[in-house]
Design a protein around this ligand. Structure first.
Ligand SMILES: [Fe+2]
Length: 297
């Protein structure tokens, strides 16, 4: 990959960005994680880490997990609150997909079953992920129509908060939109383009395109602004903030602006873009990939 000085999250990065975070078989909670010091939680996370890593590396698909009463308690606390917000603020495609996938407030869904349903609907599938994967590996799965998802749940002391993507973020944020064909093709193309790009600046352009759509995208629907980004839909605070707060700058999704806009993932997002449709995003991405000369189409 061509070396370039790039700025991501306001911090200079080098072209080795695609190999971060490191691929490791050692489980560790990051500093400041609310589960640090809770031995039972750490032990459970270690077990799920080993199981999901094995299933991922051996291509076994998501394992069936027997969730503990504490994990189910957290799900039952978080999921109804998010669902109420979704009913008000999420785009209709997301709401229909969540219902079609039978994701309920009561039971933690099994990723294996969700994956089977997605496969039938849009030919996407879920890949069990032990945690955050190196970018290169993450996007290579997406290029193969697989979305890496975690199977662990956040720590019960702060059900509204997780410092890392967990299965609430993945299941309630990323999985439902995979039922939409245009969204599925958009995502797959992002994966193919990032996995194929040889220029660090192109990778950064694509990551920003993805951030402001897949993670933090807004959609115009019948004259209203609705949410489809997974990072917003899995956060109590970001949902109303993104569409109601006067502090947030919302502007139409213009690709040239989006790919030159930096973001800080550690804060609430105060600059968002509104897309007119998933077909629009898909066409914009196709045009961008062509313009960058990435040979994937
Ligand atoms: Fe995400």
């Amino acid at each position: 990959m061509k070396k370039a000085t790039l700025i991501e999250y306001g911090v200079p990065i080098d072209a080795d960005v695609m190999v971060h975070p490191p691929d490791t078989d050692e489980f560790q909670l990051e500093p400041g994680h609310p589960g640090l010091g809770d031995e039972a939680y750490i032990q459970r996370r270690r077990e799920l880490f080993a199981l999901c890593r094995k299933h991922r590396l051996e291509n076994l698909g998501p394992p069936i997990i027997e969730y503990t009463p504490e994990e189910t308690r957290i799900w039952r606390e978080v999921s109804p609150k998010l669902d109420e917000l979704h009913q008000k603020f999420a785009c209709s495609m997301y709401l229909e997909a969540k219902q079609a996938l039978n994701i309920t407030r009561e039971e933690i869904p099994q990723l294996r079953h969700l994956s089977e349903r997605l496969q039938r609907e849009t030919n996407m599938h879920l890949v069990p992920a032990e945690g955050a994967l190196p970018y290169r590996i993450f996007y290579e799965y997406i290029a193969q129509r697989g979305f890496p998802v975690t199977q662990f749940i956040r720590h019960g002391s702060h059900p509204e908060f997780t410092p890392e993507p967990d299965m609430i973020h993945d299941c309630l944020g990323h999985v439902p939109p995979l039922m939409n064909q245009d969204y599925a093709e958009l995502l797959t193309l992002i994966g193919k383009a990032v996995a194929t790009a040889t220029d660090g600046e192109h990778v950064l352009n694509l990551k920003r395109f993805s951030w402001f759509s897949i993670e933090f995208g807004l959609l115009e629907e019948h004259g209203e602004v609705k949410i489809f980004g997974a990072g917003i839909l899995s956060s109590f605070g970001e949902i109303p903030y993104s569409v109601q707060s006067p502090e947030v700058r919302r502007e139409p999704f213009v690709t040239d602006v989006v790919i030159n806009t930096d973001y800080d993932p550690s804060r609430m997002q105060d600059h968002l873009f509104i897309a007119p449709s998933f077909v629009f995003l898909r066409r914009e991405l196709e045009a961008l990939v062509k313009r960058l000369g990435i040979p994937v189409l």
